[in-house]
Design a protein around this ligand. Sequence first.
Ligand code: MLT
Length: 323
Amino acid sequence: MLFRRTLTTLFALAAAAAQAQGTWPTKPITLVVPFAAGGPTDVVARTLGASMSKTLGQTVVVENKLGAGGTVAANYVAKAAPDGYTFFIHHNGMATSPALYRKLSFDPMNDFEFVSQAVEVPMTLLARKDFPASNMQELTAYLKANKDKVNLATAGLGAVSQLCGMMFQRAIGVNLTEVPFQGTAPAMNALLGGQVDLLCDQTTQTIPQIKAGNVKFYGVTTRNRIKVLPAAPTLHEQGLKDFEVVVWHGIYAPKGTPKPIVDRMNAAVRTALKDPDVVKRMDDLGAEIVPDSKMSSDALRVWLKAEIDRWGPVIRASGKFAD
Ligand code: MLT
């Protein structure tokens, strides 16, 4: 009797879920961003979200959940209801956090459904406008002589600004004071205001400041020069051999989100990534839309695992951890 009742309840739940998936979405969808509004991740989220809203027929609302280098937001989404109304956009931090945090309250590989990769973004190494070094050679010499006086703004452990800054310090053999912010939007404000010295940040935020001459700019972190700043040298070609940091953004859902919903979200992301307005905005900001081969759930899962394996040893060698 009990068995029959349980079975009936299960069938009823499955039928309700199937019906919900058929009509999904019936209300606004939240896309959680792990860093401050106005910053690089937020720019990508809002650009994609506006386009996806048209495809899905419901508004995609961006919610900025700040803290601990993106891990507060990741933990929030990992524990959110898997009902198709909460999604997450995050970058390399999804792969670096397991090595950076001794106690991580979420599991990047097992607590999420994988929707799609989205864009890849170069980074740029900057200083405040009146910083006493005009090129990479002067910068390296100055930092070696004044390492105790110079600070580096980051968005915390788990942020790509911290990862890039950490790789740069290692490459030139200095250890600077790191000043954490809740995103590189406030870090950039501090750089423009002269309250911090250095920042490594994504082109999606830095291009307007570089073009306006509001910051000192030393080079890009990609292996090759980039289309949007063709005259800018790479750090690699300026003597930091093999230096390369490229930011990749992926979209996730809480584990258990029904596959038909993940698939429809994937289709909406793909449509957004081909929307001429999105393509133009990303192009202007130096971001590259990923190729079709990276726009699948499986491709994101495989990529994330490879990135966890890639960054783990680099981070452990850096000796930077959070408890
Ligand atoms: C942001 O959106 O503020 C950045 O992606 C933070 C970071 O440096 O990772």
